[in-house]
Ligand binder design. Structure first.
Ligand code: PHE
Length: 349
């Protein structure tokens, strides 16, 4: 067959083959076959040596033309395939901006923290400092410095978890009093502090008892502090938290670190003072202990109790939260059920 004929046929066949190519892999196969070193085009070039020298140039030109044409079309197909691939990829990764967004879950403040934060602000506003003692306290600060020597019978009121003979999970925040008193510089003015934090007592958990709860210690020491100052602060604080209408009362009590000592009750949220199971049919719920700082506590910290005196109180924040929000099971505070916690998401943050 004439080499020109052969070239023409090859061109038609080649172009048809290129047109059928659908993917990268066949594209490479077709490229090797049509313009590779062992292609028919190369073969035709080799066979030119048997052709007339004047025809040779024309055939050479024609071979180059066909090769250029093949390469050109192969490149076009290549661009086409790449474009299709990119489109497919885009389609796959398409973002539907009309879909509703995913909301992140915002937690809510724990009811005890709502009360605590509010009280801290309240006391800071009156010039108190906020201190924080360790939850693992020493027997020395928790008891001895607070006028509770090792053999004192009142220790039985607060059975707790000892870690060793000297360290314990504190049963009260009163140790904070001793820690601050020990280092306080009275030349700078009166001592006014609150110390919030978790405390622990060995107890059988039920609706009104928990082996862990939150307390807030309060201490004011200066010259000429009276029981009237204490009563005033306690009443103001309870009215601030519960509103002007809730009734309060003080009862005489006993604590080794205060003399005289009192306990404060708030009228029951559930029966409004008539008597029910929650207030054990008394109409009242005890919320804090308080009293005038015992001289021994001051002397233990190196303070002259003939010059200085003061008052102290310890608030049960769980009780405050129970009364304020009408919660009937103290264990709800510590079991972290979000359905319980979410009820307070509308409260002040
Ligand atoms: N620490 C006492 C308690 O936990 C409360 C209290 C504090 C009483 C300060 C008087 C003064 O029961």
């Amino acid at each position: 067959m004439d080499l020109f004929d052969r070239l023409n046929k090859l061109r038609e066949r080649g172009l048809a083959e290129i047109a059928k190519v659908k993917n990268e892999q066949t594209l490479n196969e077709v490229r090797v076959k049509l313009v590779g070193r062992k292609s028919e085009l190369t073969e035709i070039l080799h066979s030119m040596k048997d052709v007339d020298p004047d025809k040779r140039r024309d055939i050479g030109k024609q071979v180059n033309k066909v090769r250029d044409l093949f390469n050109h079309n192969l490149d076009n197909v290549k661009t086409e395939i790449a474009k299709e691939l990119a489109e497919k990829q885009l389609e796959k990764e398409r973002i539907d901006v009309t879909l509703p967004g995913r909301t992140t879950h915002v937690g809510s403040k724990h009811p005890i923290n709502i009360i605590l934060d509010d009280l801290e602000k309240y006391f800071i506003g009156m010039g108190y400092q906020v201190v924080q003692g360790p939850e693992i306290e020493t027997d020395h600060y928790c008891f001895e410095m607070m006028n509770l020597p090792k053999d004192h019978p009142a220790r039985d009121m607060q059975e707790t978890f000892y870690i060793d003979t000297e360290d314990l999970l504190r049963s009260q925040t009163s140790g904070d009093q001793a820690r601050v008193l020990e280092t306080f510089d009275f030349s700078k003015g009166p001592l006014k502090m609150v110390g919030p934090g978790k405390v622990y007592r060995r107890d059988d958990d039920d609706a009104t008892h928990s082996h862990q709860f939150m307390q807030m210690e309060g201490l004011v020491v200066d010259k000429n502090i009276t029981m009237g100052d204490l009563k005033g602060i306690l009443e103001m604080m309870t009215k601030h938290v519960f509103g002007q209408d809730r009734k309060t009362r003080l009862r005489p009590s006993y604590f080794p670190f205060t003399e005289p000592s009192v306990e404060m009750d708030v009228s029951c949220f559930n029966c409004d003072g008539k008597g029910c199971a929650i207030c054990k049919y008394t109409g009242w719920i005890e919320v804090l202990g308080a009293g005038m700082v015992h001289p021994n506590v001051l002397e233990n910290a190196g303070i002259d109790s003939k010059i200085y005196g003061g008052f102290a109180f310890g608030v049960g924040l769980d009780r405050f939260a129970i009364l304020k929000y009408g919660i009937d099971d103290i264990r709800d505070f510590y079991t972290n059920d979000v359905r319980f916690l979410e009820q307070f998401s509308k409260e002040e943050r």
